[in-house]
Design a binder for this molecule. Sequence first.
Ligand code: SF4
Length: 456
Amino acid sequence: MRPGIGDPARLNARAMLSGAFAPPAAAGPLSREDIPRMSTPLPTIDQVASGPNVAIPAVPPTPVRRRPVPLSARKTGLYDLNLSDLTDRVTAMGQPAYRARQIYTGAYRQLADSYDAMTDLPKALKPRLEAELPIQLLQPVQTYEADHGETIKALFQTDDGQFIETVLMLYNDRATVCVSCQVGCAVGCAFCATGIGGLMRNLTTGEMVEQVIWSVRMARERGRQLTNLVMMGMGEPLQNYRATMAFIGIVNDAAGLQFGARRITISTSGILPRIRALADEPYQVNLAVSLHAPNDELRDRLVPHNTRYPVADLMATCREYTEKTGRRISFEYALMAGINDGDAIATELAQLLRRSGVLCHVNIIPFNKVEILDFERPTPAQIDRFAAVLTGHGIATTVRYSRGLDIKAACGQLRAEHEGIVPVNSSSTATRDTLPASASIDLDGEAVPGETDVVG
Ligand code: SF4
């Protein structure tokens, strides 16, 4: 056990920020009654930096949120099915197999938003298809534009009342959609609005595909073609692994959207068994690993499951991945003032990456202010300085400024605001003992909502 791991007096940054930390006297899942209900201000960055002596404020009342429908009880939608599965469904309805290809072409080539719009289908079949394989399961609640219309962010409601976000970013040379893969997230990074309320449920394959369909339509309306897809929205894709792989299979399908795997990036906080599994997948997707810190001491506080998958193991797994696939990894580094932006940390990061032998590139992402969290963006001078230290050590580095600052661009911000989510009592304090309560991972590496993740 590394120093500090399992120390009950130790706080992670998120627990400190939420004021939710309590000594883990009682093991096991927390009940709703354990969630503090008094309203007091959040501690400041200085208090966070000062460590466990920070006063422990209670937090505002827990918002009432709708309980998600279990995935096993959810209706299958058209976008959930690849062509082979769709063919099985259609032939089971007594239809010829070619009908499946007609539907698939209508859905992915013509972007039909209803069976009525698929003119080559028999009229009598359409109501049955609509009842058994509905096309639209996501309802747009609000759409926001920023950056002179070049960033479009949508808040969707799922058919069981959950909220998710999708962002389309138009650049001169490309159009990129940022897709969500979960409602909430079990990882609970200290600086992330999505992780604040825990995980509600995984998104289905179809709910992910539907976000892409929305962005293809949005891009077309603006005379553009969607060129890139990043899984950097709400959730941890490698904790929703099966649905994510099925999603990639559908968007990549030559009979459908034909979205090249090399234009798809999966971002992970570092679920090591799933990084290994990804290396064996047939898709040549890009991998981005959210690193955010060069050592366990700091990363434990920022990315709670670092206590389970420490930095040395993460780097070793990344090296395995690059050696096996020959593909470069992008390390994402959210730069936060006074937290992980110092010169010494930059040097330590550069040394770590050089030592690791991982074929890589670093993306520095100056932190996007999240109103409900108390982290700040470094000054432009410090951002440049941090990048210069890395490049000075021979590390390929890019500073990537986030789009849509005026429309709450950070992932999970819109949803958090819409649902009134505030930092609630979290069981994801950074110790091996408490981590499973909110970020339990079954044998397949899938996220399972903990007791505290569903409220209301
Ligand atoms: S940064 Fe990503 S992995 Fe971390 S809590 Fe947010 S959505 Fe989850």
